[in-house]
Design a binder for this molecule. Structure first.
Ligand code: SF4
Ligand code: SF4
Length: 444
C-alpha cells in the first residue's frame, strides 16, 4: 500500500506500546459526575436543570447558547446535587454535579433516530446538533457547525482522521479495531449530511489491525476510500491530512472548506453512529490512560464528568518506584498539563498521560544557533525562530507579517530545537496578542 503524507513533520518517541493492545474496557461508574457546561469551543451551555432534580441517562442538562455552542447531557441517572464552578481541564467552569443512582435509566429521548438511507441531510444535522456532538480529537468544535458550511462554499470530500499521530494515545486505534462498522457508518452519515460523494479515512501505518478492519468494514461502500498514512507527527492535523489525501493545500488563513474538505475525527464518526442508531447523545468517550508511570495502562470508556483521579485509580494508580512528574490531559505534544487530578473529564478527554519527573523537566534554553531545523520540520512552512524572536521582543506586528496566525501549535519546532528555545510558548503568546488586536480592531 502506498503511504500518503505531508511535507515537514517529526518522529517523536511514540510510546503507543503501553496501551495499543489493550482492548477497550468500560470504567467503573462514579458515585458523582461533575459535568462541565463548557466543554466545547463557543458559548457555554445554559443549565436547564436545577439542584434537586432527578435526571435520567442521556437527558439534556445544558442547552447550547447560540450557533457555535453545544448541548450537554447527563452521563448517569440520578439526582442533581449542585451546580457550581469546579476545576476542569485547563481551568474552571460551571458544572452540573449529579449523584449517580446506578440504575442507568435511559431518558425517553434516547431511541433510534431512523434509517440512514431515509433520513434527510437536514435531519442528520439536527440529530448531531441535538446529541451535542463535538470534535472528539480534542478540538471540541461543535460538529453541526462544521457540517453547515456557508452558502458560498461547497464540500467535496469528507476526510476522517484516523491517524492518531499524537504519541501515547491509542483510543482511536482501539476504536477502529473494535468498532470499524460504526466509524464507516459515521462517515457515510457525514457525507450524506453534506451531500458529498467521496470520503477518505486516513490511518497511520503503525495501526495495521485498524487499517485492516476499517478497510473490511468499508468494502461495501466504494465511495469511502481507506488510505494508509506515513507514521509522522502531525499527520492528523487538518491541513496536513487534507494535503495527504487530496493533494490540495489550504491557503494561509483559510479553513478546510476553502478547498472543499471537511475533516472529522474517527471518534466523532462513532459518536454520530451512536446518536443515529441508538439515539444516545455524547455522554461518554474512550480515554487512553497511559504513560511510563501508570501501573496498568488502559483504554477506558469513561462517563463524561468522571474525576480524573478515579480513572487513574482504576488503572492501578502510579507504578511503584516511579516518580510522577507531570499529568497531561491529551498527548505530550498538544495536550494540556494539569496542576491537579481533581478535575473531571469532558468530551475532548482523549487521554490521561502521566510522565515521570525525568521527562517532565524543561531544559535550560540556549541561544539560537541558526541551524534551521525548526523551519525544516514546520508543517505550516513557517519560520518559527523569527516568529518566536519577534514575540519575545513584543514585536507582534512583525510576528503577524511572518504569518504567526498560520501556526497550528503542533510543537514540532520546540521538539526539534537543539537549543531548547521556547518556540511554541512564545508563538502562542504572539497568536493570542494578534488575535486580541484583531478582535479589538473589528469592534471599532
Ligand atoms: S511554528 Fe507552529 S506549526 Fe510550525 S512547527 Fe512550530 S508549532 Fe508547529
Ligand atoms: S531549531 Fe532552534 S537553534 Fe535551530 S534555528 Fe530553530 S530556534 Fe534556532
Amino acid at each position: 500500500m502506498k503511504l500518503l503524507t505531508f511535507k515537514g513533520g517529526i518522529h517523536p518517541p511514540y510510546g503507543k506500546e503501553y496501551a495499543n493492545t489493550k482492548a477497550i474496557e468500560r470504567a467503573k461508574a462514579p458515585e458523582k459526575v461533575y459535568i462541565p457546561l463548557q466543554q466545547h469551543i463557543g458559548a457555554p451551555a445554559k443549565a436547564v436543570v436545577n439542584k434537586g432534580d432527578e435526571v435520567k441517562l442521556g437527558q439534556l442538562i445544558g442547552e447550547a447558547q447560540g450557533f457555535v455552542s453545544s448541548n450537554i447531557h447527563s452521563s448517569v441517572s440520578g439526582k442533581v446535587v449542585d451546580i457550581k464552578v469546579c476545576d476542569v481541564p485547563g481551568g474552571q467552569a460551571p458544572c452540573v454535579i449529579i449523584e449517580n443512582d446506578f440504575k442507568e435509566e435511559l431518558h425517553e429521548s434516547v431511541k433510534p433516530k431512523g434509517d440512514l438511507e431515509t433520513l434527510t441531510k437536514e435531519e442528520i444535522v439536527g440529530i448531531i446538533k441535538d446529541a451535542g456532538i463535538v470534535g472528539m480529537g480534542g478540538a471540541t468544535f461543535p460538529n453541526h457547525v462544521k457540517i453547515s458550511p456557508p452558502p458560498n462554499s461547497t464540500a467535496e470530500y469528507v476526510i476522517l482522521n484516523g491517524a492518531e499521530c499524537e504519541p501515547y494515545l491509542t483510543a482511536d486505534d482501539r476504536l477502529m479495531v473494535e468498532r470499524p462498522d460504526d466509524v464507516v457508518f459515521g462517515i457515510r452519515a457525514l457525507m450524506k449530511s453534506l451531500d458529498v460523494k467521496k470520503g477518505f479515512i486516513g490511518i497511520e501505518a503503525n495501526k495495521p489491525e485498524a487499517l485492516k478492519n476499517v478497510m473490511e468494514a468499508a468494502k461495501a461502500y466504494p465511495e469511502v476510500e481507506v488510505v494508509g498514512l506515513e507514521v509522522k507527527y502531525p499527520q492528523g492535523a487538518e491541513k496536513q491530512l487534507i494535503y495527504a489525501c487530496t493533494g490540495r493545500e489550504v491557503p494561509s488563513g483559510a479553513l478546510p472548506i476553502a478547498v472543499g474538505a471537511v475533516v472529522d475525527n474517527v471518534g466523532t464518526a462513532a459518536a454520530i453512529s451512536d446518536a443515529i442508531q441508538k439515539g444516545m447523545p455524547l455522554v461518554e468517550r474512550i480515554t487512553t490512560v497511559t504513560g511510563p508511570c501508570i501501573a496498568e495502562p488502559k483504554n477506558l470508556i469513561t462517563k463524561i464528568g468522571t474525576k480524573v483521579y478515579e480513572i487513574i485509580d482504576q488503572c492501578g494508580g502510579i507504578k511503584q518506584g516511579v516518580e510522577a512528574g507531570k499529568l497531561i490531559m491529551g498527548g505530550p505534544m498538544m495536550g494540556l498539563a494539569q496542576y491537579t487530578d481533581d478535575i473531571s473529564t469532558n468530551k475532548g478527554s482523549s487521554g490521561i498521560l502521566i510522565l515521570p519527573e525525568s521527562e517532565a523537566r524543561f531544559p535550560e534554553p540556549q541561544n539560537c544557533i541558526r541551524c534551521g531545523r525548526c523551519t525544516e520540520v514546520c508543517p505550516a512552512f513557517l519560520q518559527p525562530l523569527y516568529i518566536s524572536a519577534y514575540s519575545l521582543k513584543n514585536m507582534f506586528d512583525q510576528a503577524e507579517a511572518v504569518n504567526a496566525m498560520d501556526c497550528i501549535e503542533c510543537g514540532s519546532c520546540s521538539f526539534i530545537c537543539p537549543a531548547a528555545r521556547p518556540l511554541l510558548p512564545s508563538i502562542r503568546t504572539a497568536k493570542r496578542e494578534i488575535g486580541a488586536r484583531r478582535r479589538a480592531a473589528a469592534k471599532k
